[in-house]
Design a binder for this molecule. Structure first.
Ligand code: UGA
Length: 433
């Protein structure tokens, strides 16, 4: 009990009774003392909560609100140049957009570890828990990767980055992801996946030398295509979600910047990527969380009670595909916005060629978590989801040497191991307060 409440209770007890005036009975004293103690307890509790969130908030130097739009200066440039420095002249110097994202973190780590120069860019938006992005940022910082806090649409920032660093490649992974969220926040998809992409390409075409670009498209561009497995030449003119439509539009926009300005551009159609440090908005992640909490999970099925399936692809396989795309990317042919010859334009599927029904994903999670899931099977809502995805990866195998090796159970085992460890550490931080 704090000193304040002890002092006030003794002063209350010594108050002299004044005739004619209301004389509080001993019961009133006890009631006041009780209220005062409650007030003191709750004030101390809220103070502790405030301290907890203050400590968990991002380090002062990287406060997204403060630093978005505040960059430059010798200290900042030193961070940028050190991070972007490659170990040897044969290495790459890569700008990774979305570097605090799931795929962005893994790709940045892999590039840095093999000696390439890596500079991250991320706007640390609040689409999902920012602590996860901050913790990924800490992992990258430990490995010498600096992430500039900024938005794709900040043209002056992007020009500044290209003034300071002569990037050989851009690995463009920043995007508003999520098929279903597009129905709640459509403008976010235009802001990041259309305006942000065009802004980035505008800066790249003006750069001298122009970088080669590899960027994340999506299996969702196949939309309602019924020919399986999906090949890169198949129909992609029936997107089922705004998200898919913005990724398809991205592919068309990329083609115009390749055709007009000579930018070397490679699009990678990811197929439901999963793994450690993943995205909490994806089913495998929030199913894990909800199964452990004993909450009901909704499992979609088709209208005729068929299964909904995905070609789940483990993050390590996808990272190998990304690095192979960077390593085989030809140079852009333009400089300063003028094209000097035809430039490379490629699109690849990065999938696992083994679609698995969502119900089987849940079976595997139950086995790994040793907890029975509370299942609610529902018809797939008209939320932009498609019944199945299935990648034909023969083009990526031939051109990139892409060979996925991780089956869903093996990959989920690694994810669950990470999940338990990560949230155990998070719990420790909270209990430390
Ligand atoms: O392949 C891709 O390119 C896309 O993969 C995922 O999209 P999605 O396959 O919908 O991944 P989840 O959101 O994890 O859903 C996986 C499966 O679970 C199903 N699901 C989802 C949520 C739910 O509550 N219940 C349920 O059965 C979905 O219909 C889907 O079949 C990513 O979220 C996209 O960003 C990415 O572009």
């Amino acid at each position: 009990m704090s000193q304040l409440s002890r002092g006030s209770s003794s002063s209350l007890d010594e108050t002299p009774s004044t005739p004619g005036k209301f004389k509080p009975s001993p019961y009133i004293h006890r009631l006041r003392f009780h209220n005062l103690s409650k007030f003191t307890f709750y004030s101390a509790f809220f103070l502790a909560i405030l301290c907890f969130f203050f400590l968990l908030s991002p380090p002062s130097g990287s406060n997204p609100r403060r630093s978005l739009g505040s960059y430059g200066g010798s200290d900042w440039e030193r961070h940028v140049t050190r991070s972007a420095r490659r170990r040897s002249d044969s290495g790459l110097t890569v700008l990774v957009t979305g570097a605090a994202g799931f795929v962005g973190t893994h790709v940045s780590m892999a590039l840095k570890r093999r000696g390439d120069g890596v500079l991250g860019l991320d706007n640390f938006n609040l689409y999902y828990e920012p602590t996860l992005k901050r913790n990924r940022q800490k992992e990258l910082q430990k490995n010498g990767v600096f992430i500039v806090e900024g938005d794709l649409n900040d043209k002056s920032l992007l020009h500044k980055l290209f003034d300071v660093v002569a990037f050989t490649h851009v690995m463009h992974l920043a995007a508003q992801a999520g098929v279903r969220y597009a129905m709640q926040n459509p403008s976010s998809y235009i802001h990041s996946n259309i305006a942000g992409l065009v802004n980035l390409l505008e800066v790249c075409k003006s750069a001298n030398p122009q970088p080669s670009i590899v960027w994340a498209s999506s299996s969702s561009v196949y939309g309602l295509n019924s020919k399986v497995p999906f090949s890169e030449k198949d129909r992609t003119d029936q997107p089922a979600s705004l998200y898919a439509a913005t990724k398809k539009a991205g592919e068309e926009i990329a083609h115009t910047y390749n055709h007009i300005y000579g930018l070397s551009i490679t699009g990678l159609r990811f197929f439901t990527v999963y793994g450690p440090w993943g995205r909490p908005d994806m089913a495998y992640f929030f199913f894990t969380r909800d199964i452990l909490k004993g909450k009901v999970i909704k499992i979609y099925e088709t209208a005729d009670h068929g299964s909904v399936a995905r070609d789940f692809t483990y993050i390590d396989d996808v990272v190998k595909g990304c690095l192979a795309a960077l390593d085989t990317a030809k140079k852009s042919t333009g400089s300063g916005g003028k094209k000097k010859g035809p430039a490379q334009f490629r699109i690849f599927n990065l999938g696992n060629t083994a679609p698995v029904p969502v119900s089987e994903l849940v079976n595997i999670l139950e086995k790994l978590l040793k907890v029975k899931a509370k299942r609610l099977v529902l018809p797939m809502p008209r939320n932009g989801d498609v019944k199945f995805t299935h990648a034909n990866i023969s083009l990526a195998q031939r051109e990139l040497g892409y060979r996925p090796t991780t089956d869903l159970e093996t990959g989920l085992k690694k994810f669950v191991k990470w999940y338990f460890n990560y949230y155990k550490e998070e719990k420790k931080k909270i209990s430390a307060w």
